[in-house]
Design a protein around this ligand. Sequence first.
Ligand SMILES: [Zn+2]
Length: 205
Amino acid sequence: MRGFILNTVRVRDEDLIVRILTKKEILTLYRFYGSRHSYINVGYLIDFTVEESPKATIKRLRNVTQIPFSFLFDLEKMLNYKIFLNLFNKHLSDITKIDDFYYNLLIDIVNDLEKRDSKRFLLESYVKLLEKEGRLHKDFICFLCEKEIKGNIALARAFLPAHEKCIYEKGFDKEKIKELFENKKSLLFNDEEIEKLWKIMNLGF
Ligand SMILES: [Zn+2]
């Protein structure tokens, strides 16, 4: 089986409870400590097997091999990827069965992050996730006063559109937001605006 490590929790000194996103489900597995075992780290893509254990309530994680990706030693890309993964994990915290969209989204990220600016690419991926979940509001109606937004578009948590005056935040140029929401492209934003969008995403998926 193949999957992404979403989260690990240390138990009994060195053992781990590991949460793994596969194509169709999120597994929670137990990993016994072994000094020759390969390293388990959030965000890694791994091949593994699941071992049933009749007495335990939790299945065991076995035969782990890490599938390397090209940006593994790029500190900035790895950091931003892990921030994204943590938000992603929190968002999917109560889920076991899952649409393969989520696995495929992470596959696209690990395949292409090397070539792209990491924040821009991860923001575009986040917008795809919002759209998939029916939470991307392209009609530009303010979520607070429910009136149309004619000028700049301010964004609240989960990129909810609002009037600048309604959430007391400086907005973004409408054409730039349209390009991001409709074509999933961040190229019109300058770096300062990308930082602002990154901060809003960090409020939570
Ligand atoms: Zn408003």
